[in-house]
Design a protein around this ligand. Structure first.
Ligand SMILES: [Zn+2]
Length: 244
């Protein structure tokens, strides 16, 4: 099935995405509203029922702790991140749902499955003179109340097991990084689209800084080179939305 008219997916720049679900819930993924292209400030976020953070890099954790403290969403995250958050969030260990790859967590009628990502994770740990490890990087497959399924790949290179993600979950839309340098670029992302078998892609993690140079037009070109001319590439800018 495809995304239905009751689903709205808004990009706030970088990997920061909001999903308004057919059941009226608000999902935030990698909520770094402090990125230089976001048209919205974290303080202006009014709703978050479900929060997802793909990995413990500052440009993805972003405003997550502040938002979770204020709005108290359900927050499924990888085990190690949940241990760290338990000491920082009101509600302690009850504030997150520790999980791991291959697992699925139900939040109301929404199903969240954690999948792999080929990247790193951790951030600078002031005073410790080393990085703070916050669990392996992940992606998320989110099945909405309608059955429509969205895959947010987080930060990743292309990897062969994307074929398994496609076979198992059949996402209707893939949010894929295309910027290059820290993640895959358009060439790799075009192969990711082929492995996933998706018919629609929304590029993320590009254009935030000049170094993230991949563009939707370049992805379009690479898909055409692969003969995937029917795949929809959403050429959006921060603040734009897919759906109603
Ligand atoms: Zn990262």
């Amino acid at each position: 099935m495809g995304l239905d008219g009751a689903t709205k997916i808004t990009w706030y720049g970088h990997a920061c995405v909001e999903v308004r679900t057919p059941g009226g819930k608000t999902i935030l993924i990698d909520p770094w509203f402090g990125n230089p292209r976001s048209p919205k400030a974290a303080a202006d976020v009014r709703a978050c029922d479900l929060l997802l953070v793909t990995h413990g890099h500052g440009d993805h954790m972003g405003d997550a702790v502040a938002l979770a403290s204020r709005l108290r969403p359900a927050w499924p995250c990888i085990h190690e991140m949940s241990l760290w958050l338990a000491r920082r969030l009101p509600g302690g260990s009850d504030a997150t749902i520790g999980m791991n790859k291959g697992g699925t967590v139900a939040v109301g009628e929404i199903a969240v499955t954690m999948v792999g990502a080929d990247h790193s994770a951790g951030d600078w740990n002031p005073g410790a003179e080393t990085t703070l490890y916050l669990g392996e990087p992940a992606g998320f497959v989110v099945r909405l109340e309608s059955g429509a399924t969205v895959y947010h790949a987080g930060d990743t290179n292309v990897f062969g097991d994307m074929r398994l993600i496609g076979e198992l979950y059949r996402p209707d839309l893939a949010l894929l990084p295309i910027g290059g340098h820290y993640t895959m670029g358009p060439r790799e992302a075009a192969l990711a689209v082929e492995l996933l078998g998706v018919e629609a892609v929304a590029p993320i993690h590009w254009g935030t800084f000049p170094i993230l140079a991949g563009t939707p037009a370049a992805l379009r070109h690479e898909l055409d080179e692969r003969g995937l001319r029917g795949v929809v590439v959403h050429d959006w800018k921060p603040g734009d939305a897919i759906g109603s």
